[in-house]
Structures are given as C-alpha cells and as structure tokens.
Write a protein of this length. Structure first.
Length: 291
C-alpha cells in the first residue's frame, strides 16, 4: 500500500470517475486503474463496483476509504507542520469562496494581499453553501470565505465583510402585474442554487414553500435564467447591481420573500498550523470589515 494509491482512491471518490481522477492527478486513466487493481489484488478486496457507469465504493471500499481519509488528513497536517517548522514561505495558499460572497470585493482584497507575496500562489475554488466549508474540513483548502458555518468543527472565524441577498425577477415578466404576490411567484420557477457539498449535509435557504423550482449548479447561470425571464430567485447584490440600476431586474418583497443581510467570514481549521503567509493573511482581517 502506498500514499499514491490512497490519493488515487480519494481522487476517484471526489471527482466521480476514473477519467476525472486521472485528469485531476495529471495521470493517464490506465495508470489510475492499475493503481487500484494492484491494491485490490494485494489485499484480496474489491474497493470499487464497476457495474454502473460511474464507479462506486463497495461496502468494504467505504470502510477502507474512511480510514484512508483519516490517514491522508494526518499526512497533510504533518506536511503543513513541517512547512511551518522550516519557517519557509508557503508555495501556495488554497481558498474556497462561497458563491454568495461579494466576489469583486473579496478578489480585490486577495489580489492586494498576494501582490505583496509573489512567491506564494493563490489557488481559488468557488463553492456553494456547505461545499465551501466541506473543502476546508477535508483539508482541500486553507481558508474558506463563507457565511457562518452551520456544521460543528474546530473553526476560527473572523468577520470579513457583509452582503445582501435580494430576491429578483425579470422586469419584463411582471410588466402586466400591479403587485407581486407569493401566489404569483408560486406559478413561476424559483431558481435554486444547488449545494456543492459532497459528503456533509446539504442546505437550502430562502425557498418559497409550494413553489415550482429549477435547480442549477452555477450562480452565473442562475442569474442569466432570471434575467431571461425563466424564473425568479435570490442573488447577491454585488452580482446584480447593474441590472437593478438598468431595471432589467426588479426586487421582490412579499410577506414571505424579503431581503437578507449576510455576514461573510474568513474561516480556518483551528486544529491546523499556519505558515507565515497564512498567518499574515489571517491577521490582515481586523475588527473592521472590508469594503
């Protein structure tokens, strides 16, 4: 058994297929398949079922993978500790950003910080709802920029900025309506953004009970569907302020649908050590929010 084989199993589970895992690990698909085959033959177990289009963990595979995840987490923590002890500059810092964050403001902040640290690469992931924090818990990122996490974990959090979620609808879709009501909204698709979590419990927010819905996995696509009059839904103000100004989109306010103020936090796993650049990034968020 090798570390490379464990990383291969993790990549297959997370990416969903042998091909996607090969792309993620920058290897050929045959080499990925061979690594798993050798491990299965070595211990006379079957880790993945190949009966369906996408490989799935067998019962033995699920038990094996849970233990492997713990081992990989320990390895990454040891790797991070060694980096900190060497007092060298981290080669990269990985950040996951929740789609509801005021992205332009957050990216400006990150750009200004990493311009001062050209030797450290910024690696960004954009996730939705619980997916942002899941990447942090799994050790895939060093920092999550997200609303306050709903899951229990050893988090450190610092308030970073604030945003507002506004439910909107195409102005063309309501041009013949005197008033937008909850009953009117239930007759049109509510465009819902799917939680990108793979393992922890998914959440939904701001859903109008009894309404028709259409679920998408990209916030830009959600915005375009709403602009084109194919439904309505909540979007961060930062993303739609131009469309509100030009009146392409109209805000929705009913007894059940209201604007929501959201605090955006910088979050880290308190159990993991920080290198010098990450310490400086963490310390750059003072009590005053950015913006």
């Amino acid at each position: 058994m090798t570390l490379e084989q464990l990383l291969t199993i993790e990549a297959i589970v997370k990416e969903g297929s042998f091909k996607a895992a090969a792309d993620y690990l920058h290897k050929s698909q045959p080499s990925i398949s061979m690594a798993i085959k050798k491990l299965e033959e070595e211990y006379q177990i079957v880790l993945f079922s190949r009966d369906e289009y996408r490989p799935s963990l067998t019962a033995d595979g699920k038990v094996f993978y849970q233990k492997a995840r713990l081992l990989l987490r320990e390895f990454r923590e040891l790797e991070a500790l060694a980096m900190q002890m060497s007092k060298g500059v981290e080669p990269e810092i990985r950040v996951s950003i929740d789609a509801v964050s005021p992205v332009s403001l957050v990216l400006k902040f990150l750009k200004n910080f990493f311009t001062k640290h050209p030797s450290t690469k910024l690696v960004l992931q954009f996730e939705i709802l619980s997916g942002t924090v899941e990447r942090l818990i799994d050790g895939d990122v060093d920092i999550a920029i997200t609303p306050k996490p709903l899951v229990e974990h050893t988090f450190d959090m610092r308030l970073m900025t604030k945003t507002k979620m506004i439910s909107v609808i195409s102005t063309q879709l309501i041009k013949n309506e005197k008033k937008i009501t909850d009953a009117f909204l239930r007759n049109h698709n509510q465009i819902i953004l799917a939680d990108s979590a793979r393992r922890i419990s998914k959440v939904t927010t701001g859903v109008l009970e009894g309404s028709k819905s259409l679920t998408v996995s990209d916030i830009g696509f959600k915005k375009e569907l709403i602009v084109q009059g194919l439904g309505w839904g909540g979007l961060p103000y930062d993303l739609i302020k131009a469309e509100l100004t030009s009146k392409k989109l109209s805000p929705i306010k009913t007894p059940l649908i209201k604007d929501r103020d959201i605090e955006i936090y910088m979050v880290r796993d308190a159990s993991k050590p920080m290198g010098p650049v990450l310490k400086e990034l963490w310390g750059s968020i003072e009590e005053d929010v950015i913006g």
